[in-house]
Design a protein around this ligand. Structure first.
Ligand code: ADP
Ligand code: MG
Length: 684
């Protein structure tokens, strides 16, 4: 007897070749097969009287074969079977190409269901190659809502459909429900058996909707449980318990007051670190919202408690900038700050490592060099990583594993809609800095087309004459890009600007350069040697060039809004009035609407919500860099309400059974474990 784990080869009609074709689609067991949901559905549930079928309409008809099908060979390798079918209202000419067996299958005087496209030819209705079933045994591919599956070579819709039907017949009864009864009832969801059956073969659209809703919930619930359990494991760990201190001592040393949002983030984090558990917190704040200061306050708290901190930045330049800023904030308290980056000489590296091992530093700022194997820490209590999206989840954990369970603070400037953040960072608590320091000037933003080129060039000239610097960003040109789209490559564009401004220093950073050369060029821009920097998006990360006042984005329609917002954040960081110009020759209304959002608002969260609405979650989940599993039915952008519900329910469940050990959670636990297995690379 077959069960859910049985190989698909077991099924009638699935031989070696079809089995391999199914394997290609990720389907190995009967369970995989019943979880292989249709891509879409075709509504063949209503029958249309022949006489009311319109030209070009796809319809299901119930009709009698009015004559015996006639087979003819029109030329070599081309057979035709023709017949006429009638119902009470009229008649239709039916033709089959290269289906000689239709002649045997269809008999005069018998009733059949046909599904196909009606065409009017010479005043008569005709149908070519319809799907058909005998009227007394109909109900598989006509007269109902029919599933449409993703295919691979060697499979057709009918063979998948038959296989799924068999699998459902054989093992639906043994399908366990991963949703606990109380969750299912509270959320008004259908049972597993009902859902798995009706997602494939729904009798009507209501049943389909009930099935879909349940399966979307199930998928998001399993994901939430997996992330929630992981989170709990970590925060249940015993962590370094710090003594709470009055942070006013630190705040009063600054030339300005922290914003309410900064204060809130710091107190949330400080509470974690004084709780006895391990902190895993994400601080999300728009560019310029002052995240560094939040980190500084917490580093100070650790140092006053006798512990050290490590601060990791994604590039050398950023590490250097953070080193300077943090040193100046912390040195008034006599704290010792060190630096460890790849470019240091061997001797200096050795010195810093010795200092770390002996606990003679309060803070070390660096790049990934911080977690190379030979670096050991004494009394490491806090690990801060900046610009998280630049590090893989794995890199983050490499640093966490240094020392004995340090607290972790992740800082990100990519505003992500809250619901998505809950998934991407499901293992982290989140603090949001939703406020900019006072007196920040808005970056004036304009969307223009090529006809503004001359004016744009004189604007560049004007800014540089006033002593400012200019960023120009071009989209990355993909190797396989269609050639008919004219994109500005960074190098070409830099050459044009050089020719146009022979007296200025124009430089270019592009993807093919070595990291070291990129950094050197960037450093020259930071120091003011270069006036115009043309680049691909490599400058997205938070480098501070307060003197830069103009950001020009070429082919701006090629960027997501969140990305444009990041880019814009590179200017307006100093005291100078700053501008962002989005150049695009694409005049489709959607593109215009998108770019207009940029001109209207400077709020990164609002922009990310819009981005999600307009482009879906792809930009946020892009290259699976977050280590999230692929979703089968759920759409993380669209199913936000269900996601929230699933998260609430998973939290409630884990409250009672943190490790999913209760017997009634066995099926759920198996699914969660399976999800871990399939994603172990990204999840740990
Ligand atoms: P980001 O969140 O992008 O990392 P930074 O930490 O680099 O932002 O801060 C941006 C600038 O704002 C810095 O020059 C910093 O000194 C300044 N800043 C931070 N907090 C405040 C505040 N509360 N009041 C005034 N200026 C602040
Ligand atoms: Mg920053």
């Amino acid at each position: 007897m077959a069960d859910l784990n049985t190989d698909v080869r077991y099924l009638k009609g699935i031989g070696e070749k079809k089995a391999l074709a199914l394997n290609k689609l990720g389907v190995f067991s009967l369970y995989d097969l019943i979880s292989f949901f249709p891509r879409k559905y075709e509504d063949r549930s209503r029958f249309t009287p022949i006489a009311s079928a319109m030209d070009g309409e796809s319809v299901c008809i119930q009709a009698l074969a009015a004559d015996n099908p006639r087979l003819s060979h029109i030329r070599r390798g081309m057979d035709l079977v023709k017949l006429r079918a009638v119902d009470d209202s009229g008649s239709v000419d039916i033709t089959f190409f290269n289906q000689p067996y239709a002649k045997e299958n269809i008999r005069r005087g018998e009733s059949y269901n046909f599904f196909g496209r009606i065409e009017f030819k010479g005043g008569r209705r005709s149908m070519v190659n319809p799907v058909y079933e005998p009227g007394d045994r109909a109900g598989m591919v006509t007269g109902r809502i029919v599933p449409v599956y993703r295919l691979s070579a060697g499979l057709n819709q009918r063979s998948i459909m038959q296989a799924v039907r068999q699998a459902l017949d054989d093992c639906l009864d043994s399908l366990p429900d991963v949703l606990p009864e109380d969750v299912r009832l509270r959320c008004r969801l259908s049972q597993a058996r009902y859902a798995y059956k009706n997602i494939h073969f729904p009798p009507d659209f209501e049943a389909l909707e009930l099935a879909r809703r349940r399966l979307i919930f199930e998928e998001l619930f399993v994901l939430s449980c997996a992330l929630g359990r992981m989170h709990r494991r970590r925060s249940d760990d015993e962590g370094i318990r710090l003594r709470p201190l009055d942070l006013e001592q630190f705040w009063s040393s600054l030339p300005f007051r922290p914003t309410a949002a900064q204060l809130r983030a710091v107190s949330q984090a400080a509470e974690d670190m004084c709780s006895g558990g391990v902190m895993n917190r994400l601080v999300q704040g728009d560019v310029g919202s002052g995240k560094t200061l939040v980190a500084a306050a917490l580093i100070w708290l650790c140092a006053e408690n006798g512990y050290m901190s490590a601060f990791m930045a994604p590039t050398e330049i950023l590490a250097q900038q953070h080193y300077d800023t943090l040193s100046s904030m912390l040195s008034p308290f006599g704290l010792k700050v060190g630096r460890l980056t790849g470019s240091l000489g061997a001797k200096e590296k050795r010195q810093v490592k010795a200092q770390l091992q002996q606990g003679r530093l309060d803070l070390v700022v660096g790049t990934h060099a911080l977690f190379s194997q030979d670096v050991e820490y004494d009394k490491l209590a806090l690990v801060v990583t900046d610009e998280q999206h630049r590090f893989g989840v794995n890199q983050r954990s490499a640093l966490i594993n240094k020392g004995s369970r340090p607290h972790v603070l992740v800082m990100s400037a990519t505003p992500i809609p809250r619901t998505l953040a809950l998934i991407i960072y499901g293992d982290l608590d989140i603090s949001v800095i939703d406020q900019l320091p006072p007196g920040r000037q808005k970056v004036d933003t304009f969307a223009v087309d090529e006809s503004y080129r001359a004016r744009l060039n004189s604007f560049i000239r004007k800014q540089v004459r006033e002593g400012r610097q200019v960023f120009v960003v071009c989209p990355m040109v993909e190797e396989n890009e269609e050639l008919n789209i004219k994109l500005k490559s960074a190098q070409e564009h830099a050459a044009q600007l050089s020719a146009l401004f022979p007296d200025l220093k124009v430089a270019c950073i592009h993807g093919k350069m070595k990291a070291k050369d990129k950094e050197a060029t960037m450093a020259a821009f930071v120091s003011g040697e270069i006036q115009i920097l043309v680049s691909t998006t490599v400058i997205e990360v938070g480098v501070d060039v307060p003197n830069a006042s103009l950001m020009i984005v070429e082919n701006a329609d090629r960027f997501g809004l969140s990305q444009l917002h990041q880019l814009r954040g590179r200017v307006g960081r100093g005291k100078h009035k700053s501008y962002c110009v989005l150049v695009s020759n694409n005049d489709s209304p959607e593109v215009k609407a998108r770019l207009n959002i940029m001109c209207k608002t400077g709020d990164g969260f609002k922009i990310s919500e819009e981005d999600l609405r307009l482009r879906g979650p792809g930009d946020f989940f892009g290259s699976r860099q977050h280590g999230l599993p692929e979703m089968h039915v759920a759409d993380l952008g669209a199913d936000v309400n269900v996601l929230q519900l699933a998260q609430e329910e998973s939290r409630r469940l884990l409250e009672n059974d943190p490790q999913l050990e209760l017997p009634e959670h066995r099926a759920l636990r198996q699914r969660v474990d399976k999800l871990y297995e399939a994603n172990s690379a990204g999840f740990n």
